[in-house]
Design a protein around this ligand. Structure first.
Ligand code: AMP
Length: 280
């Protein structure tokens, strides 16, 4: 695996590889890698001849600066995992490399409705930052396919819209959420959970499964209330329990029989904010 910190160097290397006939699959991450990230690398490896991963903790997408300060960093362990997974290129830029003239100096995109609900509403400016950094990374790496995790469902929709707005010829591949044995979605933030918080956190997935399994029998409002009560009983602070059209994230008041749906939950346990979703 070749590691680059500098934009010009990685660009030169990738264009050389492309001239040799490689097609490029790209997996952007913020590091603290786990099996969820590695599943994206593996999928990209199956479908491309050059797999590029980036690790960059992007300051512009953290609406909560404390979250940024405490974001886990484990670069050496990440490199080991990427080597084992057979990743070809790691891009590991400094903040000054990505934002040489300060964070305000790169183009941002307006995601409209998608930025006004759920994560967009709870985390003002978050998707602006995500769009800004991913646009920048796509311009540097110029991949033919981009690999994203369903775990961040709304982010996948935002980034599909970004690819449209940038008019890029790029496949966006959404990979399934990797989970711990008890169902908790793998996340870099899970590392910050205490042992007891870690055990309790599985309740988020239990709620999602119950929303899924009750779609034929119950009204969503009832199931939502049950979930909110259960989350509260376990000591989690719910930000949202929502049902949406899986195609465009239109929020739904009740289950639909003729539309693909997604249920989404965001909740805090102590200081740590967890999100998850399930397709119905
Ligand atoms: P992050 O490092 O959290 O920014 O995530 C980088 C990429 O990995 C994003 O596309 C995430 O959606 C994806 N990802 C994060 N957690 C998981 C997971 N548990 N399963 C699959 N993909 C994931």
């Amino acid at each position: 695996m070749v590691i680059f910190k500098n934009i010009n160097d990685i660009k030169k290397y990738i264009s050389l590889k492309k001239a040799e006939g490689c097609n490029v699959g790209f997996v952007p991450t913020m590091g603290a890698l786990h099996a969820g990230h590695i599943s994206l690398i593996e999928k990209s490896k199956q479908e491309n001849t050059l797999v590029v991963c980036s690790i960059f903790v992007n300051p512009t997408q953290f609406n909560d600066k404390k979250d940024l300060e405490k974001y886990p960093v484990s670069t050496e362990a990440d490199i080991e995992l990427l080597l084992t997974a057979g990743c070809d290129v790691l891009f590991l830029p400094a903040v000054s490399e990505i934002y040489p003239d300060g964070e305000g100096h790169f183009k941002t995109y307006d995601f409209g409705y998608l930025d006004s609900i759920l994560e967009g509403a709870q985390r003002p400016g978050h998707f602006r930052g995500v769009g800004q950094v991913v646009a920048r990374l796509l311009e540097i790496v110029e991949p033919s396919s981009l690999y994203l995790g369903q775990k961040d469902y709304q982010q996948c929709m935002v980034l599909k819209k970004l690819v449209e707005m940038m008019e890029l010829k790029l496949n966006v591949i959404i990979c399934p959420t990797m989970r711990e044995a008890d169902g908790l979605a793998m996340s870099s933030r899970n590392r910050r959970l205490t042992e007891s918080q870690r055990v309790i956190s599985a309740v988020i997935y239990q709620c999602l499964v119950s929303i899924q399994s009750k779609q034929q029998t119950d009204r969503f409002a009832i199931v939502k209330k049950e979930c909110e009560d259960l989350l509260a009983a376990k000591g989690l602070a719910t930000e949202y329990v929502a049902l949406a059209d899986a195609r465009d994230l239109t929020l739904l008041g009740d289950y639909q029989t003729d539309a693909p749906m997604v249920a989404l939950i965001a909740a805090r346990i102590g200081e740590i904010r967890l999100i998850d979703n399930i397709l119905l």
